[in-house]
Design a protein around this ligand. Structure first.
Ligand code: ATR
Length: 277
């Protein structure tokens, strides 16, 4: 039987198996879904043996979205632009890499905002693979400006520099006064860090804590466990529209599942597989 699965470490809280098993059942496919908890040093052997192990593809998540790139024979354009992959497919003897995170993120932006991004001030917290996909989606949609804020400042600078565009800037997470000035004008704030994640290093943390926000701000937290993170609650308290990472998780999964199987699984089928807290 052919296998698909998820490359992740640690395994603890991933919802991807539920999502993809529901899609496999929906189409009655003869495929099994596995979980591959791999260290960085185990990736090379995994990809070398993948075809012999009947693996036809899978998704990639924290912390390997960038680590996997050197094992691919071909990248989709999206991977080249973003510098991270969240899906791979094995076709003939080649390993192909794709990025569907930016599609998932774009689809999770409320339509009213998506249609007016050229008028919106955007702030993105984080500078990992997810942040790169978010910045790419916002940039493609011509956001008015994008400020990338990260604890490791060099990583934020690196993403901003890639675009060579004065609308895309960066700040150090320690620059309290500058962040204050950005956040008070922000129309869309995205948290791509693991701060606030129940199984992460800082489950009670909130990167917008103590800052004044616009009352009509839109806040998207890529974290989905818990359902309502401290960031999510703060956006709601200010009267803003808070969105968690479930929609993006499903939309990116939908696009990836279609790349592997050719089947377009309905959003509601994938969502119904999730028990949310
Ligand atoms: P992903 O692939 O989901 O983007 P990642 O590459 O591990 O995951 O990136 C995680 C992001 O969360 C990084 O920007 C990280 O900041 P650093 O670049 O400084 O490591 C950010 N992050 C994680 N824990 C954090 C914390 N406690 N405070 C602030 N930022 C944090």
């Amino acid at each position: 039987m052919n296998k698909i699965g998820i490359i992740v470490n640690p395994l603890s809280h991933t919802l991807s198996p539920n999502i993809h098993n529901s899609a496999i059942q929906h189409f009655d496919l003869n495929i099994s879904f596995e979980k591959w908890e791999l260290k960085k040093t185990e990736l090379e052997r995994f990809f070398l043996n993948a075809k012999d192990n009947n693996i036809v593809g899978g998704c990639i998540t924290v912390p390997h979205k960038e680590n996997v790139l050197k094992y691919f024979d071909f990248y989709d354009d999206s991977v080249k632009r973003i510098g991270a992959a969240n899906w791979f497919k094995i076709e003939d003897d080649r390993i192909l890499g794709f990025n569907t995170d930016f599609i998932g993120f774009e689809k999770s932006i409320p339509e009213s905002a998506l249609n007016n991004l050229n008028e919106l001030n955007c702030v993105v917290f984080g500078s990992g693979g997810s942040a790169k996909a978010v910045v790419e989606a916002l940039s493609l949609k011509k956001a008015k400006n994008i400020c990338i804020i990260n604890r490791t400042f060099t990583k934020a600078i690196e993403i901003a520099n890639k675009y060579r565009n004065s609308r895309i800037t960066s700040l150090n997470l320690d620059s309290i006064e500058s962040i204050k000035n950005k956040l008070i004008k922000a129309d869309l704030i995205v948290n791509t860090t693991s701060v606030g994640m129940s199984s992460g290093p800082d489950p009670d943390g909130n990167l917008v804590l103590g800052y004044e926000l616009k009352t009509n701000v839109i806040g998207i937290d890529l974290v989905y466990s818990p359902n309502k993170t401290p960031f999510f609650k703060k956006i709601s308290e200010f009267g803003g529209q808070a969105i968690n990472g479930i929609d993006m998780l499903i939309y990116q999964a939908q696009a990836g599942f279609e790349i592997l199987t050719g089947e377009n699984c309905p959003f509601e089928i994938m969502k119904s597989a999730l028990i949310l807290d």
